[in-house]
Design a protein around this ligand. Structure first.
Ligand code: PMP
Length: 384
């Protein structure tokens, strides 16, 4: 427990929520409503008393819908038996890390620095060893396969990847997937932001490059369903029996009402249209935010092609992004996420989210820009 850190963005969010007139750019949650067709299916399930446990691996219709959805959008050739439904991508991650360690008899998992803040904590919780591969600002935080190879040892159980990436918004290229697949090590691929890609291929999966992989995905981001708590993992045949035993014992089954709603999410054409509109709107905000950031003379540190995050380089102003985030909250009244939350390689950077309205983006970036211009002036004066 001593090694498991608190999630700083939650500390900032909780403090920001106690204050007034704050622009929130720290939140990693869609501001869109869940499409009405999905909600209606949830309501129907309740009304029709479809509220008992389901099969521990998930409703067969949902597992089939997920397999078909992957086959259609990603070009895979999945069968439903390899799909395991869980209460979000988070429990799926727990099962993925556990099974990868169990089947390899090894306990080291490679994760990126920077990367999603919770990854190391899952591994530590399961008594695994976290080993970091470096993503650096010089490479725009994209994957450098040589830096991964350096970290592989005879204890490496799996390599965890995340594309589109939280916190950087960086999207893996075909070449990256191919090089990762060639390593011959199990890849755990967190694909929760797939579909939220604004240039190039909108959907891609590690499953197109190797069978030695576990893919994780869920409904939180693309379908704007965070609180419905539903996700899934796609596993190789040899993991099925163990995963089923774990599902039965640890979770019994995922939320039944959400499972009915999720079938609609994947199969209703109107939902698909609404998702496309959401993706267009995110892209509009992304381009707007990038232009505003440039206008205020701030530096974008990674090419944000996916998810809904932008990394801003503030090394000119600070070497402590946590103190910096608290200062911008108090003095500029804008909440941002400190880079250090995602690893030491993001110290001196902040993450902003564009899962907010254009108006709030404009006002938030303006507040940040004005504050920093003022800081620069003070800096010059004190140096003089
Ligand atoms: N992976 C990443 C990279 C995330 O950003 C998040 C949510 N912030 C999750 C997993 C967890 O998602 P879920 O709601 O499906 O548990």
């Amino acid at each position: 427990m001593a090694e498991i850190k608190s999630f700083k963005v939650m500390d900032i969010l909780e403090k920001a929520n106690e204050m007034e007139d704050i622009i929130h750019l720290e939140i990693g949650e869609p501001d869109f409503d869940t499409p009405i067709e999905i909600k209606n299916e949830g309501i129907r399930a309740i009304k029709e008393e479809k509220i008992g446990y389901t099969h521990s691996m998930g409703k067969k219709e949902l597992r089939e819908a997920i397999a078909m959805y992957y086959n259609k959008k990603y070009g895979t050739n999945l069968k439903y038996k390899n799909v395991v439904v869980s209460a979000g991508t988070s429990p799926a991650l727990l099962l993925a890390v556990y099974t990868a360690m169990e089947f390899s008899g090894k306990n080291e998992i490679l994760v990126s620095n920077p990367g999603y803040a919770c990854y190391p904590n899952f591994i530590k919780f399961l008594n695994g060893k976290v080993s970091y591969y470096e993503l650096s600002s010089e490479d725009g935080f994209s994957i450098n396969i040589e830096k991964i190879k350096e970290k592989i040892t005879d204890r490496t159980a799996a390599i965890l990847i995340n594309s589109p990436g939280n916190p950087t918004g960086v999207v893996l290229k075909k070449k990256d997937y191919m090089e990762l697949a060639e390593l011959g090590i199990t890849i755990i691929s967190d694909e929760i932001y797939q579909g939220l890609v604004y240039e190039g291929k909108q959907y891609d999966t590690i499953l197109n490059y190797t069978v030695n992989a576990i893919a994780l995905n869920g409904f939180s981001k693309l379908f704007a369903m965070t609180g419905w708590r539903l996700g899934y993992l796609i596993i190789p045949d040899r993991y099925i029996m163990l995963t089923q035993k774990l599902e039965q014992n640890l979770f019994i089954s995922a939320n039944t009402i959400s499972q009915y709603a999720a079938i609609e999410a994947l199969t209703n054409e109107n939902v698909d249209k609404q998702i496309n509109n959401m993706v267009k709107e995110y892209n509009k905000r992304r381009l707007f935010a990038l232009a505003e950031i440039k206008k205020w003379g701030l530096k974008v540190a990674a090419n944000p092609l996916g998810a809904y995050y932008i990394i801003i380089d503030v090394r000119e102003y600070t070497n402590n992004s946590l103190i910096f985030a608290y200062k911008t909250l108090e003095k500029a009244r804008v909440a941002v996420t400190p880079g250090i939350d995602f690893g030491t390689n993001l110290e001196g950077f902040i993450r902003i989210s564009y899962a907010v309205s254009i108006e709030n983006l404009e006002e938030g970036i303006k507040r940040l820009g004005e504050y920093l211009q003022n800081e620069k002036k003070i800096g010059k004066e004190t140096r003089r």
